[in-house]
Design a protein around this ligand. Structure first.
Ligand code: NAP
Length: 247
């Protein structure tokens, strides 16, 4: 049995994590913490081995730091941690007992789609990412879209995208989307959406689409549960669920 504590337990994701942990025979939910419920100290009192953080970017770093210093492993779903914060977390894990996984996307299908996009980019280097989320999502583009663009850039290797016209004219600023590593990213925000992404690859006479849809927050739970079970064997900081899937 692994003792689990959830930080952000009353939130949209945290409440699903609590239910998923309670449903699993190998996990025991021993602590539920939120802004007005419990405190980090409960994680020690309740002998938590793995904490799961789905809070807000401005709270997550302190929670992670606290857990590592107390020898508690942390599975982090909260988005928006800066590269500097990740560096500090990596340095702390080198000195303390707690391991950390930060995963921008726990949906195994989305992680696979990112890997497939990286593979496709080697042969079809012209790609654009369209990410679509519910209208309450505050940040854009999504962390997944940025990771996908980086994966496409890595995957291109020797392949070079088709040259674009030297002077591009946007009749409305932003019409061609944002640019990361020469990959365009377009963000759509609408009620009715949950979390969706399509990567389109274009080549002479053909278009390839790799699409993933999270239609329910339940889609993230198998990845979270897998991470809780594996984190004790993964020392230090790991960024990305793909490392736990071996892909
Ligand atoms: P949410 O509904 O706002 O839930 C966050 C919860 O954490 C709220 O109950 C919030 O309380 C609480 N909280 C804030 N600061 C806290 C602290 N210091 N200690 C304890 N609890 C605290 O948000 P959500 O939709 O669940 O999303 C949470 C995070 O997960 C976001 O960063 C989101 O982008 C990310 N996310 C990641 C994935 C993934 O696969 N990695 C998937 C979906 C979402 P208050 O409301 O009172 O502030």
């Amino acid at each position: 049995m692994i003792n689990v504590g959830v930080i952000g337990a009353k939130g949209r994701m945290g409440s699903q994590v609590c239910a998923a942990v309670e449903d699993d025979d190998e996990l025991e939910l021993v602590a539920e913490i939120d802004v007005d419920e419990g405190s980090l100290g409960d994680l020690v009192t309740d002998e938590v081995q793995v904490a799961v953080d789905f809070t807000h970017a401005d709270a997550a770093f302190h929670n992670i730091e606290w857990c590592i210093k107390n020898g508690i492993h942390v599975v982090v779903g909260t988005s928006g941690l800066s590269p500097e914060s990740l560096k500090d977390i990596a340095a702390l894990t080198a000195k303390c007992e707690g391991n950390v996984l930060v995963a921008p996307n726990f949906a195994i299908g989305a992680v696979l789609a990112m890997r497939f996009a990286e593979m496709a980019a080697q042969w079809m280097p012209d790609a654009e990412v369209i990410e679509m989320h519910h209208n309450n999502k505050v940040d854009s583009p999504s962390g997944t879209a940025m990771n996908t663009a980086a994966a496409i850039a890595r995957g291109r290797r020797q392949s070079v995208p088709a040259a674009r016209p030297e002077k591009l004219k946007e009749n409305l600023p932003g019409a061609r989307g944002a640019d990361l590593d020469n990959v365009k990213i377009h963000s759509v925000r609408l009620p009715g959406l949950v979390a969706h992404q399509e990567v389109m690859f274009g080549g002479p006479g053909q278009v390839l689409s790799i699409r993933h849809d999270s239609t329910d927050r339940k889609s993230f739970m198998p990845g979270v549960v897998l991470a809780i079970k594996k984190i004790a064997d993964r020392p230090g900081l790991t960024v990305g669920l793909e490392h736990y899937l071996g892909i």
